[in-house]
Design a protein around this ligand. Sequence first.
Ligand code: LER
Ligand code: MN
Length: 272
Amino acid sequence: MRSAITVSLVPEAKGGPFVFWDGLAHACEQAASLGYDAIEIFPPAASAIDVAALCALLTRHRLTVAAIGTGGGWVLHQLTLTHADPAVRARAREFIRAIIDLAGGLGAPAIIGSMQGRWEGALAREPALAWLGEALEDLGEHAATHRVPLLYEPLNRYETNMFNRLGDTAAWLRTLRTKNVRILADLFHMNIEEANPAAALREAGALVGHVHFADSNRRAVGLGHTPIAPIAAALREMGYTGFLSAEIFPLPDSTAAARQAIAAFRQHTTLL
Ligand code: LER
Ligand code: MN
């Protein structure tokens, strides 16, 4: 398993679960000095990233990109793949496609989290699910052209009503034609929704493509009350070799959160 840490380039997302907020150069410097393998980026849009400058930073600090989030499309433009307006759904898909191209060029997957949206009001679950499925078919195959998966993230009930648990998500993904969509298992959402997080991970099995490594209160692992040892054991036994990425609040501050997260990563990935 490899370690990663989050950096937000979206000031409007302040208060969100990202560790670094002061640009890519600062994040890379900090991540490398603490011993992380990779960074996970939350950009305002694909076009906001200077790829040559990012590649220079990655090379200098011997880091890779673990994943790139698409949530900026929701935070800044309220774009979702399940919006009742087809024009908004089309813009959402193009926003994500551009991030898949950016991430794919760096050998990393894009994440669909908050841009999945929700069904409500006049919109029933069935059409919303059909639109989400069509989008994942299309975008999953697009990611395959870069030889990277597409990550789909079930969220807790306060953030979406599309999918909240890994088991339901895995069963639904298995019905899609594309085999290139993997599950992002966020331990914070799982703490709210799963009866048994370790069992949920085992059930999703090889579909788990990325992990957000967070404690029950969305602070660094070790600063809440989630029992992490059985979760780490499940990942190990599943043969999971992907990232444990610290998508956590910068509490008590960014550096302390990053230090605690890498200490927990080392403790739980080497002692088993
Ligand atoms: C994104 O990865 C996530 O987990 C959501 O809760 C948005 O913050
Ligand atoms: Mn997450």
